[in-house]
Design a protein around this ligand. Structure first.
Ligand SMILES: Nc1nc2c(c(=O)[nH]1)N[C@H]1C(S)=C(S)[C@@H](COP(=O)(O)O)O[C@H]1N2
Ligand SMILES: [Mo]
Length: 213
């Protein structure tokens, strides 16, 4: 495998990579703010908000380890115009988490919360999409601290800022609410195949049509 970047292959019916993305084989960490320390005795994962029985769920690190594990290989697309192909992740499928913590029928969106108040909003169908994982491992190794240890979200079909590192909570929401980067000029949904990079693109619409997502 080559190091550094090369242009995304645009030949063929469906290009391998989304438009405007260059392939990068090394996976350099990228985030805003400091890297939190992992203290297993204090760590927990919570599911809050619009749950079916209106209660909150909480797993300690030990309890979380008993949830079923799945391997999933996916491409990772950062809005900074690079993509990492074929990243092998291991963790708990979002669908398995939601099965363990059922949402109310009114729950249409989730907020994925990381440490220090970083959050990313997702439509429920995007959270439950194929390959969405609460990952504990990458490349067969436990996550490195700067890649989100001990737990990160991986949402391979949306831009990387939705893949919240140092994940601590999932909030079920009955309406949409913007997360950290979505409030700071990034697109509310962030589909790389439609190059949904910036919030101003949400205004683009035909006459008399609903806002595009
Ligand atoms: N908590 C948190 N998660 C985050 C970020 C962040 O700033 N804080 N940055 C996001 C962005 S923009 C990207 S591209 C990916 C990068 O993941 P990596 O550092 O493992 O490559 O993490 C995402 N998750
Ligand atoms: Mo990113």
């Amino acid at each position: 495998m080559s190091e550094g970047t090369d242009e995304a292959d645009t030949g063929g019916a469906r290009p391998r990579m989304p438009p405007g993305q260059a392939v990068r084989h090394e996976h350099k960490p990228l985030h805003y703010g400091p890297v939190p320390a992992f203290r297993p005795q204090r760590w927990d994962l919570r599911v809050t908000g619009a749950t079916e029985d209106l209660g909150a769920y909480r797993w300690t690190w030990e309890e979380f380890a008993r949830l079923p594990r799945t391997d999933s290989v996916s491409d990772f697309h950062c809005v900074m115009r690079f993509s990492v192909p074929d990243v092998p992740w291991r963790g708990v499928l979002a669908t398995d988490l939601v099965a363990a913590a059922p949402p109310a029928p009114e729950a249409t969106h989730v907020m994925a919360w990381g440490e220090y108040g970083y959050g990313a909003n997702l439509r429920m169908d995007d959270f439950l999409a194929e390959g969405v994982l609460l990952a504990t491992h990458r490349d067969g190794e436990p996550l490195a601290p700067d890649h989100g240890a001990p737990l990160r979200l991986v949402v391979p079909h949306l831009y990387g800022w939705k893949s919240v590192k140092w994940l601590r909570a999932v909030e079920y929401m009955t309406a949409d609410r913007r997360g950290f980067w979505e409030e700071r000029g990034y697109h509310n949904r962030g589909d790389p195949w439609r190059e949904q990079r910036f919030s101003h693109q949400e205004e683009e619409r035909g006459p008399g049509r609903a806002p595009r997502r």
